[in-house]
Write a protein that binds this ligand. Structure first.
Ligand code: NAD
Length: 463
């Protein structure tokens, strides 16, 4: 099939590449000319495991191409996917200006019977609005289909190729047949395409994200209660997760949800509901818990080191989760903003997200690829993202490099007893902390003395 994908970001690039891999002729479009130039040279603008190899293979096979010309791409395609961003507007509602701008150009560009498929996450009613737009603008038959995307960054290819299910909202047998054929290589009786009406398809995406965000805020609220009562959320989590009615997924206590989807989709759903006279009180609470959770470790730090002057805070992890370079709404970015405004010095590392972070903070943060350089002379280490190298870190070495052996672990990576043995003060989420006077003092790797006042950054860090 000939396919155009409008919007070549995380979703568009993965969708286009996977559809090319299954034998279709795919052209990916973006208004960002620099991005298209890089992709045409085979350079991948985002970090997504496995994507570079797949793009290269399909470029070489001539099944995948890139352009900035939306009209021409639409004109040459039977199916056009809209995968542009739908960021939150001022009031929290999804901002659909990119989507409608793209749809307008597509409608004018089509040269024959076309399916216009929304992959972007859009509020209920958007497909109907697109239908009336194409009826006004298009000179050829054009049906609108809703096909929301459920992939996770960091595992996007696997999720696209082996989806739990594919949701398709459509109105005709023809659309059903085309979408069924397109997804046949990726689906099976256990992982089916679920056909439904347009509105239900649009709603399914929001309800899925709302439910997952609710699980995260729920476990984080229970983590607070565990901490207040002496229970351990990690043990409790296992205790409930083995119950098949509950299941273990999305029940990790941590710094709350971030990323480009959950925060904006929850806001958009609350906004949509309020316009329809429905009060989503559970979701408003989910948001409130999440806001507090993101900065919970900064609160702990401020209690321990209230005077920020000359205090260096090392940050391990900037991306909103491992295996991505996406920092949109990442807890680490909220923390860094807060720490800097309070006067702490921040030295940070991340395997994939440093370039994106530098674009926001410039040299207000010191960066290094080396997690050990980042803890040199630090008064506290905050773990914000659970990248595997941090899980396997040499903590004895970290202990020797830090000025004050204090770890604030937002991802519960370490066993409290192990870090106590190593001499750390340790605060995590929903578990009893290891306080300073409990931490075992170990002779040879005593922390360095604490000089007062501002101190220069270690030479190994770049600002
Ligand atoms: P993104 O910001 O990574 O990419 C969007 C791309 O669209 C950008 O490259 C931008 O330049 C391009 N664009 C904007 N207007 C355009 C136009 N008129 N013509 C052509 N290109 C245009 O966004 P994303 O993360 O890929 O998300 C896209 C949509 O998919 C959103 O609605 C999002 O909510 C949804 N979604 C995202 C994920 C995810 O994990 N990122 C998962 C599921 C659904």
């Amino acid at each position: 099939m000939k396919i155009a994908i409008i919007g070549t970001g995380y979703v568009g690039l993965v969708t286009g590449t996977c559809l090319a891999e299954s034998g279709n002729q795919v052209v990916c479009v973006d208004i960002d000319a620099a991005k298209i130039a890089r992709l045409t040279r085979g350079e991948i603008p985002i970090y997504e495991p496995g994507l570079a190899e797949l793009v290269e293979r399909n470029l070489r096979a001539g099944r995948l191409s890139f352009t900035t010309d939306t009209g021409a791409a639409a004109g040459a395609s039977e199916v056009v996917f809209l995968a542009v961003g739908t960021p939150p507007g001022e009031d929290g509602a999804a901002d659909l200006r990119y989507l409608f701008a793209a749809a307008e150009t597509v409608a004018r560009g089509i040269t024959g019977t076309t399916l216009l498929v929304t992959k972007s996450t859009v509020p209920v009613g958007t497909a109907r609005r697109l239908l009336s737009l194409v009826h006004q603008r298009a000179e050829h038959p054009c049906e609108v289909v809703s096909n929301p995307e459920f992939l996770k960054e960091g595992a996007a290819i696997e999720d696209f190729m082996k989806p739990d299910r594919v949701v398709v909202g459509c109105q005709s047998e023809r659309a059903r047949a085309v979408m069924g054929a397109l997804y046949r290589p990726f689906t099976s009786p256990d992982r089916p395409v679920v056909f439904m009406d347009l509105e239900s398809a649009e709603m399914t995406k929001y309800v899925a994200n709302a439910f997952l965000a609710t699980k995260i805020s729920f476990i984080n609220e229970m983590a607070r209660l565990c901490q207040a009562t002496g229970a351990d959320i990690e043990v409790v989590r296992r205790g409930i997760g083995l119950d098949r009615r509950i299941g273990p997924a999305f029940l990790n206590a941590g710094l709350g949800y971030g990323g480009s989807c959950f925060p904006k989709d929850i806001r958009a759903l609350v906004n949509l509901a309020s316009h329809r006279g429905v009060d989503l009180s559970i979701l408003r609470a989910v948001e409130r818990v999440n806001e507090a959770q993101k900065l919970s470790l900064v609160d702990v730090l401020r209690r321990i080191l209230p005077d920020a002057r000359g205090r260096r805070v090392a940050l391990w992890g900037l991306a909103f989760k491992p295996e991505t370079d996406d920092i949109r709404e990442a807890p680490a970015i909220h923390m860094a903003t807060d720490l800097l405004s309070l006067g702490y010095q921040v030295q940070a590392t991340d395997p994939a997200a440093m370039a994106n972070t530098r674009a926001i903070f410039g040299d207000r943060i010191a960066y290094s690829d080396d997690p050990y350089a980042v803890v040199e002379g630090a008064d506290a280490l905050i773990i914000a993202t659970e990248w595997s190298p941090y899980r396997a870190a040499d903590l004895a070495r970290v202990r020797g490099l830090m000025r004050r052996p204090l770890i604030l672990d937002g991802r519960n990576l370490y066993d409290p007893e192990t870090v106590r043995e190593l001499g750390f003060e340790y605060h995590s989420i929903g578990r009893r902390p290891v306080l300073r006077d409990e931490a075992r003092v170990i002779g040879a790797t005593q922390a360095q003395p604490e000089p007062a006042g501002a101190s220069p950054l270690p030479l190994s860090l770049s600002a």
